[in-house]
Design a protein. Sequence first.
Length: 318
Amino acid sequence: MAEIPDRLLADIGGTNARFALATRRAIAAIKIYPVRQYPQLTDALQVFLNEECGGAAPACAALAVAGPQLGDIIRPTNSDWVCDRAAIAEMLRLELGRVTILNDFAAVAWALNSLQPGDVTVLQSGRKSPSHPMLVMGPGTGLGMAALVPHGQGWAAIATEGGQTRYAPANSDERHLIDQIARRHIFVTNEQLVSGSGLVNIYRALGEEQNGRPMEPADVVDQARGGQARAREALNMFAAIFGSFASQAALSYIALGGVYLTGGVLQKIGADFAVDRFLQRFATNPQMAPLLHQMPVLRVNADIPAFAGLQYLLSQQS
């Protein structure tokens, strides 16, 4: 007899909320809801439950949310939603212990050990060390990052807000870029450069506004694919700046277990991601270049990798 999906999974970003039902072995139904169309997380969740469960509640739930976790509350960095563990448990009529909430990239970190060779593309082979931390990061609406570090006989996931740290320009072109962006943002963070809006920020800083119309990251990618030099340069700078950020983060953790790149913006850029620019900047530090060259760098191809991490956590609780 086939298992009945009794797990609720959620991956809540700044732009989209992804919900799924799952069994222990497989994810059954996945639905994506635009965050802006719903006042709160619980409103989108109720629509999903009505559509997929006939209003019935699952036996347990795990939610990955793009924001810092403070106790049983996560306030997403790039939306007005609130994820309140107690409120979710009450809504689902579950005991509090049957509901798990955590940072979205912490969930992705928990998935790293379950990734298969076909789930990743190797950008730099390096020499993987099983006794060192792994680091995962990625640009989407924001810039997320988390680490999976050895802990006793197992592992521990550490969420970060590294994307909110200030970016240090690496050359005169980037200093000019920062000056342009600082006209709108006093404190220029890594996220304001390495994210969907960051790609648009870079593009705008490289030239005059065009018709004043709003731009989306996909517009920059499409124009680069169409041969526009400005858009191509924006993609190159995006990759280089991402490499700088990744390098500093990797050194902070000595991430010889691997540096994993993911995120919706990387999916949009696809094969146009300037890997050479990224890796060149990743190893720019002259004193640490030998160490940085030892770190494997991999691009995650798996769709919604946070779900795999949530599945792992729920299995550990069973």
